[in-house]
Design a protein. Sequence first.
Length: 182
Amino acid sequence: MFAQLLERLARGLDQAGLPYMIIGGQAVLLYGEPRLTRDIDVTLGVDVDRLTELVALLAELRLSPLVEPASFTRRTMVLPCVDPDTGIRVDFIFSFTPYERDAISRAAVVRIGGTEVRFATVEDLIVHKILAGRPRDLEDVHSILLKQPHADLAAIRPRLAEFSQTLSQPLVEQFDALCKDL
């Protein structure tokens, strides 16, 4: 189910010229411990000024928006949708930072079936998970670090330091605490 939907998303987004990367639980499945996930999170490398293009693409992707797209998405930068055939939720997240756009340019290409699907790199996924900061996200980071001993920790710290300063949060310290047990 998820594989076919990931392929469909990748093909549609590529054809529409909408840069993207898969983040969240689907990316954790790629890099960390298997866990239950019921959705697909897609970060788009565009601002909400391209919302009309995405909404037009939804029919081809066979997805239904869960909200009124224009007002909700402009307020939250997220367009939640569902695949009516499977019930799988797909959240499209519009990027608004240079970091996210750079992360999309670094995305790892993974072949699923006959389709190339772009996933956040392990390093960028760790940054996203630390930023989210929920207990489940921090558990994900720990499992990723255990499964990916060659992750470039030196690339992660400066990215977290920048966000830490901007957000006034101890993100580097949280990351270092997770690395301590490795």
